[in-house]
Design a binder for this molecule. Sequence first.
Ligand code: NAD
Ligand code: IPM
Ligand code: MN
Length: 346
Amino acid sequence: MAHAIAVLPGDGIGPEITAPTLEILGELGDFTFTEHPFGGASIDLHGTALTDETTAACKASESVLLAAVGGPKWDTTDPNAPRPEQGLLGLRKELGLFSNLRPVRPVPALYDASALKREVLDGTDLLVVRELTGGIYFGEKTRTATDASDLCHYTVAEVERIARSAFETARKRRNLVHSVDKANVMETSRQWREVVHRIHAEEYSDVELRDQLVDSCAMELIARPTQFDVIVTENLFGDILSDAAAMLSGSLGMLPSASIGDPSQPGMFEPVHGSAPDIAGQGIANPLAMFLSAAMMLRYDFGLEAEATALESAVDGALGDGLRTGDLGGKATTAEALAAVRSRLK
Ligand code: NAD
Ligand code: IPM
Ligand code: MN
């Protein structure tokens, strides 16, 4: 029977990179796609970024594929106005997607597209495991005429489950976890460090664990990225570090992600980048991060390992043969990127 995928094209370049991704998926398996308005597109239609119908449809699907949301049309500093990003945060929470996996593995063909030197990049293969449903993103927010606050809150249980997620993943990789925090300043980080070490000692002492403060981690990611295997960190730090890490692979347009929670529930798969309003509507967006997110979907939600690997190899092959969209310093269009990858799937 066909696998049911809920598709959220969202805003900006979202629809432009979604259409080719569905074509690619159609080559690789039997899927039914149902599109739902999300983010700014949903605000325009329904006055809210995430409707109950969209939430229910995502919960009822086997997997959720998302492009990106947001854009200048909906940018506002009014705390009472709807924002596209609320839809994304709401859906992550509703689906219980506490673990966000963001792999960074620069392909040699793109070394010259990165701002970093080839010798620094060579051998980089890391995974950011970002806690996705807690911390300052979801704590209480206040705003008066004279002040504003965002509460950063974590429960021990939230830290335990993301720690396990990171250690489990490390066991399938190179068995090394960097736990990144700001334990020299933040109470949530001191709790984080204690909990990560307890889970490590009790359940994962075979995995090597190192603590790293987030500020120096940002520097080390750029200076010596090959030292990292798995980086586990809280929501906000993971957001920032993963965009920095994206440049190791040449462009934000290359980085995929998988958001997973309870294995019996659908995961959500989305590129790390946003809606790129500066290039939207021109047909020049790089669809590869979304193709690679679809590959993660094939692997994590459908167990289609061979198909996932075929898609990743097709992307690598197309890049190896010179495919370069604008963000990678070339002139290829989104349609040309689709054609280059699709021809290698056959
Ligand atoms: P962005 O990631 O949208 O863009 C940053 C830069 O990278 C831009 O110059 C853009 O053109 C380029 N870029 C990003 N993806 C690209 C691609 N696939 N191909 C070619 N170039 C690409 O970040 P931003 O400009 O800071 O944010 C724009 C909007 O996106 C905001 O509203 C933000 O909230 C939203 N956003 C959404 C998501 C998401 O839906 N998951 C993620 C990040 C940002
Ligand atoms: C991301 C994005 C989102 C985040 C925004 C759009 C809410 O930047 O997925 O990285 O901060 O989590
Ligand atoms: Mn981000």
